[in-house]
Design a protein around this ligand. Structure first.
Ligand code: LLP
Length: 390
């Protein structure tokens, strides 16, 4: 059914194409809600994972707000209609211009350093302030997306909490609690338990009834994912005395719901290797090139009889690192076949670039239960690329 719908969508909108499946978003949402049943909370969607306002709207309808890190992400929230009291502002490099603009447009502000706390002296704000702490816990994920160990740039060192707090309080800011986010694509419960326990203990010490536990839930790219039952039984009881728990989930909500549909341009055979060359590469999906990330790849309806072989699936860009999948055993596709790259709903389009001057793909939202197909972002044009040239 999905395969037929994909063919129809491609007939309309061409390739490369990001396709999001609403049914999967609903499924992920239901799982998250079940984990936190009974907890008083503000769930937010981390727009850095995907900034499409039409997707943000789906989360809004389910009671979610947004976690934003830039004016652009604020704008995405605004386009989706997210109310102020459901917007959480994160970032370790908040500029004065951003502070002046957003100070009374967001409900929550996570302060990343003593230096940022000092800068807030220049701005009146009645938002709810949180102090992001660096708990020095190893999330056991890729080093580029580990944020809660002391060598990383994020959060206030535990020894500096008093200073950050007194700086903000002297300015009359309302400080409600601590924020902890130790990294992304975390597939073990233990690091969450360790870091959040530290946050809970500190909250008790400082008399805070609110806590923001960030995001970071790992999805199943290649066999391992966060065990939600274990999370529910070990981590959630820590929240029993809190009046507000904020979460900022990105990948878990949207990652599994997105696929990238690409067309096979060539099957290039050399004495050493076979390369499947797609019409898209690291420009639209940089995760494999940037983190060595694994994404499942499939040939859509391979023609029988097929020959299965180990191939590298690559893009058309002028870099050796322009790889989508390495050493995969797949049916050798024909030129013109469609291929699907899985689990790209998070940090796919949002990290896409125009490298090699390729326009970014279109985005489509489909609902398998109603057969609804909706274009939610037009394909970029060549003109778009040069719009700002003076
Ligand atoms: N909150 C904060 C403060 C964050 O920095 C992040 C992600 C999140 C929440 C959401 O995390 P999630 O639930 O999506 O794991 N580009 C990388 C991921 C970078 C994550 C950055 N921060 C990737 O493609 O794997």
């Amino acid at each position: 059914m999905l395969e037929r719908t994909i063919k129809t969508v491609v007939e309309h909108y061409g390739t490369p194409l990001y396709v999001y499946v609403k049914d999967v978003i609903r499924y992920q949402l239901a799982k998250v809600k079940r984990v936190f049943e009974g907890v008083r909370m503000l769930p937010t969607f981390a727009c850095k994972a995907n900034n499409n306002p039409r997707l943000i709207q789906l989360f809004l309808e389910e009671g979610f707000g947004t976690d934003i890190v830039s004016l652009g992400e604020y704008h995405a929230s605004e386009l989706a209609g997210v109310p102020r009291e459901r917007i959480v502002w994160n970032g370790n490099g908040k500029t004065k211009a951003e502070m002046g603009f957003l100070k009374d447009k967001v409900g929550f502000i996570n302060v990343d350093s003593v230096e940022e706390a000092q800068r807030w002296a220049d701005f009146q704000s009645d938002a709810n302030f949180f102090i992001r702490i660096n708990p020095d816990v190893d999330p056991r994920t890729h080093p580029h997306i580990s944020t809660g160990i002391r060598e990383t740039k994020f959060g206030v060192h535990i020894d500096l909490i008093d200073e950050a707090l007194s700086v903000l309080r002297k300015q009359g800011k309302k400080v409600l609690g601590f924020h902890i986010h130790i990294g992304s694509q975390i597939t073990e419960v233990e690091p969450f338990l360790e870091a959040i326990s530290i946050g809970v203990e500190l909250s008790k010490k400082y008399g805070f009834g609110c806590i923001n536990i960030g995001g970071g839930w790992g999805i199943n790219y290649s066999g391992k994912e966060l065990n939600l039952e274990e999370y529910r039984s070990k981590v959630v009881p820590l929240f029993s005395s809190f009046e507000l728990v904020i979460i900022e989930l990105g990948r878990y909500l949207i990652g599994p719901a997105g696929i990238l549909v690409a067309k096979v341009e060539y099957v290039k055979r050399t004495p050493y290797k076979t390369f499947v060359v797609l019409d898209v590469g690291m420009n639209a999906l940089v995760r494999p090139a940037m983190y060595g990330a694994h994404h499942g790849v499939h040939v859509l309806e391979p023609e029988e009889p097929w020959e299965e072989s180990i191939v590298d699936v690559v893009g058309p860009l002028c870099e050796t690192g322009d790889v989508i999948a390495r050493n995969r055993s797949i049916p050798i596709p024909k030129c013109g076949s469609l291929m699907i790259v899985e689990d790209v709903g998070a940090y796919g389009f949002s990290m896409a670039s125009n490298y090699n001057s390729h326009p970014r793909p279109a985005e489509v939202l489909i609902d398998l239960s109603t057969n609804e197909i909706r274009l939610i972002r037009r394909r970029e044009s060549i003109e778009d690329l040069f719009r700002n040239v003076e």
